[in-house]
Ligand binder design. Structure first.
Ligand code: FES
Length: 115
């Protein structure tokens, strides 16, 4: 069974292969949504972008990005500079061990924004 490590929360959970990252995080009591998005989110339809996470290890163990996720990320400033690690939890299936950082901050003035 794959293990998801939530680095901010210092929590590890085991999930069945193919499990949805959003559902497993919420079931484990991990705070996936920042601020007002705890209430105002799309509940897993991939349209609000508020469930974004950074997969810091094991990206190869996640499902590939689909059309909905790619379209949502294409209009998100948060995606800039995080193209290789950022995912929408609701659109991500877990097929192996991964490490996840929830509620990543915007990096508007970071090294990668203007490059
Ligand atoms: S819950 Fe809205 S995009 Fe994932």
């Amino acid at each position: 069974m794959p293990t998801i490590t939530f680095t901010n929360e210092k929590k590890e959970i085991q999930v069945p292969a193919g499990a949805n990252l959003r559902k497993e995080a919420l079931s484990a009591g991990v705070a996936l949504y920042p601020g007002i998005h705890k209430i105002a989110n799309c509940h897993g339809f991939g349209s609000c972008g508020s469930c974004r996470v950074l997969v810091t290890k094991g990206m190869e163990n996640t499902s590939p990005r689909g059309i909905i996720e790619a379209a949502r990320m294409a209009v998100s400033l948060a995606y800039i500079g995080n193209e290789g690690t950022m995912r929408l939890a609701c659109q991500t299936k877990v097929n192996g061990d991964i490490s996840v950082t929830t509620c990543p901050p915007l990096n508007l003035f970071g090294d990668n924004f203007f490059s």
